[in-house]
Design a protein around this ligand. Structure first.
Ligand code: FAD
Ligand code: 2HG
Ligand code: ZN
Length: 475
């Protein structure tokens, strides 16, 4: 549960003194949290599997305050753990020991929105769902969507290079983020807040901060390109009897739906059962080994419906799918999405969750779930597979009533070796954080990791930013 369970030792950062506290209280009047009870929820992660022991949380409102905080911490050699919505799934967002928590919760202002280009500029603490709602009012949407939208911050999304449900259509944040502002560990402000689609002047520094998980600095503002709000959205839930059919339906669906296809998600029966059991959600279809959620988003209702119907007729006729239902109204769309989006939440009710977020060549993707199931037998409570099939991203989750060393030993290194053996990635979209840092070598060469360590050393020579996370400590 706490750092004692892991093989890390606290690095020699000094303790926070009353003089330090005075400095922060003067800088951020009323926005310094030291009360133990108030600090609890910031010290524990969403999954409740890692817990730090920070005695201090800072709540800056703007870039200048972040800059002053980091300059002070760097001068004093105090460690800092940046935190957005604290929805991360790899233990990256909470301190390991007593690092100071720097929360972006009060940095939640939209700076500008350009109606013509669709470029949104905002502070990094804006909640993803609030941004989406703001944009919907202007005929636009955010290019990303994920189950944690109600809590996660756009800065946290960039810091983890979050994927989610819309990558298939709008691509990853590496393409939609036009610029960002970050405060470096020494307090200097790096303004790369461009709103240009094209800009080949020198290295693309913003990319260094996207996916850096708080280890290189604090992202304070974001400029992001947003798509138009689709006029017509349809969602189909289909039942399928085998994984090979799930793949065949994917091909068929790309053939028929092409430019209007906006999501292709899959879940197995076990993951459908978990949302039915723990969240009492109802499955409108009969039992099938697999379910597929297909979303279309387009600009002409009639045209989209015609296309979808032609595709569905073909899928049913050919026997590729066993059953299906289509939603066009908001209420039904929401309840069908919940079956997929709330799996993570439902799994947590089982007890302890072993979570793997893998990129695997799509034809092989489900074989790992089957092998894991066979390997564990009755020692696991549940083994489920679901994910962003259109992106080749499997979420393999295993649950047990309580944490078990022997179950972990049966899973690791097996899952990582299997993934590396199939040229996959051991972190598709969640990052490495605290939990997966040392597994980086399954997916990256030692030369690549060494270059990351050199970049880290150059930007953060004292190693104050999110220590113990993401990049293994250089020897
Ligand atoms: P936090 O959890 O607070 O932090 C995550 C990491 O980013 C930490 O290392 C932290 O130090 C760093 N960080 C946060 N803010 C900043 C900043 N401003 N500057 C620098 N570093 C910062 N992820 C996906 O990719 N796809 C999904 O579909 C998805 N679905 C999810 C569904 C649920 C129910 C849950 C609980 C999580 C899901 N996640 C998903 C994981 C998580 O929501 C994302 O990783 C999200 O981007 C984290 O944002 P956050 O604001 O909560 O960041
Ligand atoms: C999702 O796609 C998230 O639902 C969470 O990335 C996945 O909990 C998980 O394993
Ligand atoms: Zn996901």
């Amino acid at each position: 549960f706490t750092a004692d369970h892991y093989s890390v030792s606290r690095l020699p950062f000094p303790d926070v003194t009353s003089e330090d506290l005075n400095f922060f209280q003067r800088l951020l009047p009323g926005r310094v949290v030291t009360d133990e009870d108030d600090l609890k929820r910031y010290n524990i992660d969403w999954l409740r599997t890692v817990r730090g022991n920070s005695k201090l949380l800072l709540r800056p409102q703007n870039t200048e305050e972040v800059s002053k905080i980091l300059k002070y911490c760097n001068d004093r050699n105090l460690a800092v753990s940046p935190q957005g919505g604290n929805t991360g799934l790899v233990g990256g967002s909470v301190p390991v020991f007593d690092e100071i928590i720097l929360s972006t919760a009060l940095m939640d202002q939209v700076t500008s929105f350009d109606q013509v280009s669709g470029t949104l500029v905002c502070q990094s603490g804006c909640i993803l769902e609030s941004l989406n709602q703001y944009l919907e009012g202007q005929g636009y949407i955010m290019p990303l969507d994920l189950g944690a939208k109600g809590s996660c911050h756009i800065g946290g999304n960039l810091a983890t290079n979050a994927g989610g449900l819309r990558v298939l259509r709008y691509g990853s944040l590496r393409g939609t983020v036009l610029g960002l502002e970050a405060v470096l560990p020494d307090g200097s402000i790096l303004n790369c807040l461009n709103s240009l689609r094209k800009d080949n002047t020198g290295y693309d520094l913003k990319q260094l901060f996207i996916g850096s998980e708080g280890t290189l600095g604090v992202i304070t503002a974001v400029s992001i390109l947003c798509p138009r709000k689709p006029k017509s959205v349809n969602l189909a839930l289909l039942g399928c009897e085998s994984f090979s059919r799930v793949l065949q339906v994917f091909t068929l669906c790309r053939d028929h739906l092409g430019e209007i296809l906006s999501a292709y998600e899959f879940q197995d029966l076990e993951s459908m059962r978990v949302v039915q059991t723990h969240l009492k959600l109802s499955n409108p279809l009969q039992e099938s080994a697999f379910y597929i959620l297909i979303e279309t988003a387009g600009s002409c209702e009639q045209h989209d419906e015609e296309k979808l119907n032609a595709f569905l007729a073909k899928a049913l006729e050919s026997g590729l799918v066993e059953s299906g239902t289509v939603a066009t109204d908001q209420g039904k769309i929401k309840s069908l999405w919940a079956l997929r989006e709330r799996i993570t939440e439902a799994l947590a009710h089982d007890g302890y969750v072993y979570k793997y977020d893998l990129s695997i060549p799509v034809e092989k993707l489900y074989a790992l779930v089957e092998e894991t199931r066979a390997r564990l037998g009755t020692s696991a409570r549940r083994v489920v597979g679901y994910g962003h099939l259109g992106d080749g991203n499997l979420h393999l989750n295993i649950t047990s009533e309580t944490y078990s060393e022997s179950l972990l030993a049966a899973l690791e290194p097996f899952v990582y070796q299997w993934t590396a053996g199939h040229s996959g990635s051991i972190s598709a979209e969640h990052g490495l954080g605290f939990k997966k840092r040392d597994h980086i070598y399954y997916s990256k060469s030692s030369e690549a990791v060494q270059l990351m360590q050199r970049l880290k050393k150059m930007l953060d020579p004292k190693g104050i930013m999110n220590p113990y996370k993401t990049i293994p400590q250089a020897d």
